[in-house]
Each structure stands twice: as C-alpha cells, then as structure tokens.
Design a protein around this ligand. Structure first.
Ligand code: CDP
Length: 248
C-alpha cells in the first residue's frame, strides 16, 4: 500500500501522542482537535482499516479470502487529506485510488466488516509500517486500537479513551442518524459490544490499555474538556522530556 498524507501545517520534531480505545469513545474527534491545537499531524488509523474494507468490498472479496485482501491492500493507494471545514473545524478526507470515500468509510456495512478485516496479519503489517514511517519525526497524534502497545510503544503521551457502552452507542446512533441510516439503539449497542469483543480478543495487536497510558473515561465530559485533558498530559510530557535532557 502507498499511503500519502498531506500535512495541515509544517511540524517541528516533537511528541508522539497515542490515543487508543473502544468504538465510539470519541477518539477521532478529540485526536483531530488536539492535533490542530498542537500543529501536529493527525493520523486516523481506523480510517486506514476502513479504507481497506471499502477496497475489499469493491473487489468483491470476502473476509474468507485474507491473502487476496492483503494483496489488494498492498497495491492500493490511500490518501488522507486534511482540510478545514466552512466553520474552521479540521476535516479529514479519505481517498482510495483517487476516489473520495470519506462518506462511505463510516457506513454501517463498513463498520460491521472492518473488525474482521483488521484481524488479517499481512493487512496490519502493511498499515502499521506506513503508520510508523509517518510518525518517525514526532509531532504526530495517532488514534486506533494498538497505537500505544504496538505501533508506537515509545510514544511520550499515551491515552486510553473510553466511555460506557451505552454512552458510546448513543453517540454512534447519532452519527448514523446524521448520515440518514436509522438504526435502533439496541442494534447499535449490540454491534458496538461485538466489535469491542472481537477487537480485544483477537490474536494480533488486540485492543488493550498500555501499562503507561492515562485512562480517560469520557461519560459526561464535553469534547473540549477531553481535548484539554490531553493537552495537559502533553505539557507534563514536555516538561518531563526537558528535565530528562537537562540531566544528560
Ligand atoms: O471510530 P470507531 O471507534 O468506530 O472505529 P475506528 O477507529 O474507525 O476503527 C474501526 C475498526 O478498525 C476497529 O473496530 C478495529 O477493528 C480496527 N482498527 C484496528 O484494528 N487497529 C487500529 N489501529 C485502528 C482500527
């Protein structure tokens, strides 16, 4: 796979920030905003697995054909392009071989298939390689399931973002409604719980809190409050890094 990512701003070498957590915890919203505040590059790794799922669907490949899917992913071109919305909010557009698939990657169909696809080892290998390459210089915020544990085990800031399953299902139901896909609360809740279970129990790179991650439970917290918390962790990490360098 060739992954191109267009930087929103030029970044100086700086911290690596890993944000992991279960489905619907609000990772992508807060990761995108924190990256904007810091002038960092934001990498939505879930969007990469979702783009790979769209690719498999387009090619008519079933999840029982892991080698064919891995081959297709290795040869695909995925672009993540940062744009600014009319209201000044940061947007991330996703292109597959030049076609804008930003809307499609969030469909329910893709949400149901992405988790089985992401258990395919060679697919993970090629995506993780791209994620590490883009993070080499620091000044990055990555969100996903395995960032603090596998992709960037040396990240200076690790956050494990979570919320009760009911809260996450409520948020996800709203997202589907906005898209015009009406699904009952019970169905969304069941699908979220199933996806979390599959993500946490898979053999390769399961979803789990890194030992050195800060856990943030976001029930009842606003997006701004969560972003501020992450920025606080970053200030501490920077101060820690400065004093460590002074000691050398
Ligand atoms: O936004 P949401 O939390 O629903 O999910 P996402 O971040 O878009 O990720 C979709 C799926 O991709 C997850 O349920 C995982 O199965 C997979 N994924 C993964 O395996 N590793 C990552 N680093 C990111 C996502």
């Amino acid at each position: 796979m060739i992954l191109n990512i267009q930087k929103m701003v030029e970044t100086a070498p700086a911290l690596k920030i890993a944000i992991d957590g279960p489905a619907g915890a609000g990772k992508s919203t807060v990761a995108r905003l924190a990256a904007k505040k810091l002038g960092y590059l934001y990498l939505d790794t879930g969007a990469m697995y979702r783009a790979a799922t769209v690719l498999a669907l387009r090619k008519g490949l079933s999840m029982e054909e892991p080698e064919e899917i891995a081959q297709a992913v290795a040869h695909a071109k995925i672009d993540l392009v940062h744009e600014t919305g009319a209201d000044g909010s940061p947007l991330l557009k996703v292109f597959l071989d030049g076609e804008d698939i930003t809307f499609e990657i969030r469909s329910r169909e893709v949400s149901l298939l992405v988790s089985p696809l992401s258990t395919i080892g060679p697919v993970r290998d090629s995506l993780v390689e791209q994620q590490r390459r883009l993070s080499e210089e620091g000044g990055v915020v990555l969100d996903g399931r395995d960032i603090g544990t596998v992709v960037l085990p040396n990240a200076e800031v690790k956050v494990f973002l979570t919320a009760s399953a009911a809260e996450r299902a409520k948020r996800r139901m709203k997202d589907f409604e906005t898209r015009g896909e009406n699904v009952s609360f019970d169905t969304v809740l069941k699908e979220i719980v199933e996806r979390d279970k599959r993500d946490s129990t898979r053999e390769i790179a399961p979803l789990k809190k890194a030992a050195d991650a800060h856990e943030v439970v976001t029930d009842g917290m606003t997006v701004t409050e969560v972003v501020e918390k992450i920025l606080e962790f970053c200030s501490h990490a920077r101060a820690h890094e400065r004093s460590r360098r002074e000691l050398i």
